[in-house]
Write a protein that binds this ligand. Structure first.
Ligand code: NI
Length: 182
């Protein structure tokens, strides 16, 4: 089922999420719906606050960036209650976008490497070291769970330049080709 995506300006995007446990109702269905919603909107990641749920769940499928992976393999994950164990490496800039901010693409500088711990959709715990695009997409989605969006990480000058676009999104004046929450 395709879920409507919450746009910039809504408070659910600004609230740190709550961890869940394996009694969370219909978690597998939610994760399936989040993947479907993300694919429909041609995104590479989606966090639960973007579908109006203040819980620590995110999905990633960075397939469109496949040629940039360190090992050239796919990176598809559902992550529940992710934690950052270590973060570091040479910061680098990359142009990011976000399904909650249609039409906005800005360079964001982030550390190169991140070590994470999370549960998968079966509630099996994993630890994983991410780098390159995988670390990039994870950090963007993890920010959503902290109540942050990527334009919080750009300069004030760039943000001032985007003021009109941001206010258009906040007041529902933007119509991307996927369903936004009204
Ligand atoms: Ni995003």
């Amino acid at each position: 089922m395709i879920l409507p995506i919450v746009g910039y300006g809504r408070s659910v995007l600004r609230v740190p999420t709550k961890d869940i446990d394996n009694t969370y109702p219909e978690l597998e269905k939610l994760i399936e719906d989040m993947f479907e919603t993300m694919y429909r909107a041609s995104g590479v990641g989606l966090a639960a606050p973007q579908v109006n749920l203040p819980i620590s769940v995110l999905v990633i499928d960075a397939d469109p960036f496949k040629e940039n992976y360190p090992e050239g393999e796919g990176f598809k994950r559902a992550m529940i209650n992710p934690e950052v164990l270590e973060i570091g490496g040479e910061p680098w800039a990359f142009e990011e976008g976000c399904l909650s901010l249609p039409g906005i693409h800005e360079n964001v500088t982030r550390p190169a490497n991140v070590k994470v711990r999370y549960y998968d959709e079966k509630f099996v715990q994993h630890e994983e070291e991410l780098s390159g695009i995988c670390a990039r997409v994870f950090q963007h989605e993890y920010d959503h769970l902290q109540g942050k969006v990527f334009v919080d990480r750009i300069s004030n000058i760039r943000k001032a330049f985007l003021k009109k676009k941001l206010s258009d999104i906040s007041s529902n004046r933007v119509r991307p080709d996927y369903k936004m929450m009204r």
